[in-house]
Write a protein that binds this ligand. Structure first.
Ligand SMILES: *Cc1c(COP(=O)(O)O)cnc(C)c1O
Length: 387
């Protein structure tokens, strides 16, 4: 039998880093001490108060059953309390909040609820790949909004042709931003809200890094006037509580969008394990101190790494949020040639910026999800390689 890939999957762009991956595996097989600063997956374990709570919740009555629909009322109530405490926003746990099996699930699926074939979505680039693939799977057309350093890595809506804006159903934003580490302020969100209201576009703000900030708490688009008329936010426990593998997130905001997300999900999945939902409720209610510690840890790591690389005279700004450092490669290199050279000569893995979109060319991303000794070791090797 001939198995053929669907047109949908064929439309996705080819994987750019097959060669770098191959080289990495080869070096590891040769026994080289390869330092991986490529992946954004927290190294610190899930806080033990959460793990202990999970053990208890495994014994809850009926926990083995399908969770179905909008899941645990406790979880949704805890989410509402969390938004109230952190952003001052009052959300109705029954109509404005819906649990997700990790935020990626909602981010990648939401075009199926809002986008018809031939419609556009607005997608920031460099950016998280599911914005594009989710759009393509729904038959939509991603229109890319470049994030340029001269604009503070914010998109310029005036560059979007009006024919495109007219046929756009959904816009993705992601602040704090992966991969650039940038933040969006209130005035930017006000412009975004106006733009979306004018063109009837649902604003999907990916807030996966909302707790990974090093100065003031990032603004929530839902706390601004008109925010809830156009926007939903995607939240996640993955980065906030080192819980990537647990697959727990939520969508919050505009009730009509939340309802459609629910309608879609009822037809796709049956919800996340109830014991995890109950544990997530507990984490949100009791985790503020722990999150503060994680923030301080990433800030320390960021400073250690950037200070160690000072001698290189690279253009590295300490990013205000996320656990990534996004910086320009030295003169004479491209993203890929620099990443390749670091891998071969220093055995350090970094992510070439162009993998997140063409505007990422000339940058690389390193992830601060390794401890300080590893980051220092990596920095030393990078310095030596440059000599
Ligand atoms: C990690 C990440 C997510 C979230 O992932 P989940 O584990 O699915 O909640 C969402 N958006 C961005 C930009 C991320 O980097």
């Amino acid at each position: 039998m001939q198995i053929e890939k669907s047109g949908r999957l064929k439309q996705l762009p080819p994987y750019l880093f097959a060669e770098i991956d191959k080289k990495k595996k080869q070096l590891i097989a040769e026994g080289k001490d390869v330092l991986n600063l490529g992946v954004g997956d927290p190294d610190s374990p899930t806080p033990s108060f959460i793990v202990e709570e999970m053990k208890k919740n495994l014994h809850l009555q009926d926990v083995q059953k399908y969770p179905f629909d909008n899941g645990s009322p406790n979880f949704r109530a805890a989410i509402a309390r969390w938004h109230k405490r952190n952003t001052g926003v009052t959300l109705d746990p029954n109509t404005e909040i819906y649990p997700l099996i990790g935020s990626k699930e909602g981010i990648a699926h939401i075009p199926l609820a809002l986008v018809n074939p031939g419609d556009y979505t607005l997608v920031p680039e460099p950016g998280y790949p599911p914005y594009r693939s989710g759009t393509i799977f729904a038959g939509g057309i991603p229109y890319f909004m470049p994030l340029k350093s001269e604009n503070g890595f914010l998109p310029d809506f005036s560059k979007i042709p009006s024919e495109v804006a007219k046929k756009t159903k959904l816009m993705y934003l992601n602040y704090p931003n992966n991969p650039t580490g940038a933040l969006a302020d209130e005035s930017f969100y006000r412009i975004a809200i106006d733009f979306c209201a004018e063109h009837n576009i649902v604003l999907c703000q990916d807030a996966a890094y909302s707790e990974m900030y090093f100065g003031n708490r990032p603004v929530s688009v839902l706390q601004l006037g008109g925010g809830r008329d156009v926007a939903v936010e995607f939240h996640s426990l993955s980065k906030t509580f080192s819980m990537c593998g647990w697959r727990m997130g939520w969508i919050a905001g505009n009730a009509a969008v939340v309802k459609l997300m629910g309608e879609l999900k009822t037809n796709l999945d049956s919800g996340q394990f109830m014991a995890i939902q109950e544990t997530a409720a507990y984490a949100l209610d009791n985790g503020d101190e722990e999150v503060k510690k994680l923030r301080a840890m990433y800030e320390r790591r960021r400073n250690v790494f950037i200070n160690a690389l000072k001698k290189l005279n690279l253009d590295i700004q300490p990013q205000p949020a996320t656990f990534y450092v996004w910086f320009r490669v030295p003169q004479g290199f491209t993203s890929v040639t620099f990443a390749n050279a670091l891998l071969e000569k220093a055995n350090v893995v970094v992510t070439p910026g162009n993998g997140f979109g063409p505007s990422g060319e000339g940058f690389v991303r390193i992830s601060l999800t390794s401890d300080e000794t590893i980051l220092l070791k990596a920095a030393e090797r990078i310095l030596k390689f440059k000599d």
